[in-house]
Write a protein of this length. Structure first.
Lengths: 107, 120
């Protein structure tokens, strides 16, 4: 199975900051990499698919990049409502798998 | 709108089984695979497997092989996930999620989650 490793596991930043979260796959997954946002007490929500395609309604301050094994989610101009845990997910392998999550806190 | 509504919280004893339901609405139930993902308290997301509601075909994560069953009832647009031989480590929120059409195998939307607590 494909293992997904996210870093950092948590971060704290101020409103208006630019933050980046990385996700590394244990083997090449082409561009089968997606990002989810999970707000406290809620179910996850699909944020970005296929590395960089924003889902409908997702603010343009979110962006994704990467290919192969290394991927990045960037939030520019961090907002209070971005308080959440972010997960990457690969769909290259038969079994889906998620990264361990990155908790984003607002200073 | 597309919606997945799950059954309520459960408390089970070690060694017992639990069955969680997921009722779909707002789309053609047989047109999309349905996945199950769990989340232990304070932990990340763990994929358990998926079912093709039309054919009943399933794929499970290796970790759950032999202990999980997934089924669907197309007459009431409902999918089920049953986990047997429960241990304390199975305490988690269990989510169902629809696989988006198009081949990327992304999950959207998700059900609200069902808390399963294993307690003696």
């Amino acid at each position: 199975d494909i293992q997904m490793t996210q870093s950092p596991s948590s971060l704290s930043a101020s409103v208006g900051d630019r933050v980046s979260i990385t996700c590394r796959a244990s083997q090449s997954i082409s561009t089968y990499l997606h990002w989810y946002q999970q707000k406290p007490g809620r179910a996850p929500k699909l944020l970005i698919s296929d590395v960089s395609t924003l889902e409908s309604g997702v603010p343009s301050r979110f962006s994704g990049s990467g290919s192969g094994t290394d991927f990045t989610l960037t939030i520019s101009n961090l907002q209070p409502e971005d308080l959440a845990t972010y997960y990457c997910q690969q769909s290259y392998g038969t079994a889906l798998s998620f990264g361990g999550g990155t908790k984003v806190e607002i200073k | 709108q597309v919606q997945l509504v799950q059954s309520g919280a459960e408390v089970q004893k070690p060694g017992a089984s639990v069955k969680v339901s997921c009722r779909a609405s707002g789309y053609s139930f047989t047109g999309n695979y349905l996945h199950w993902v769990r989340q232990a308290p304070g932990q990340g997301l763990e994929w358990m497997g998926r079912i093709n509601p039309e054919s009943g075909g399933t794929i499970f994560a290796q970790k759950f092989q032999g202990r999980v069953t997934m089924a669907s009832d197309t007459s009431i647009n409902t999918a089920y996930m049953e986990l047997t031989s429960l241990t304390f480590d199975d305490t988690a929120i269990y989510f169902c999620a629809r696989e988006v059409l198009g081949g990327l195998r992304t999950l959207d939307p998700w059900g609200q989650g069902t808390l399963v607590a294993v307690s003696s």
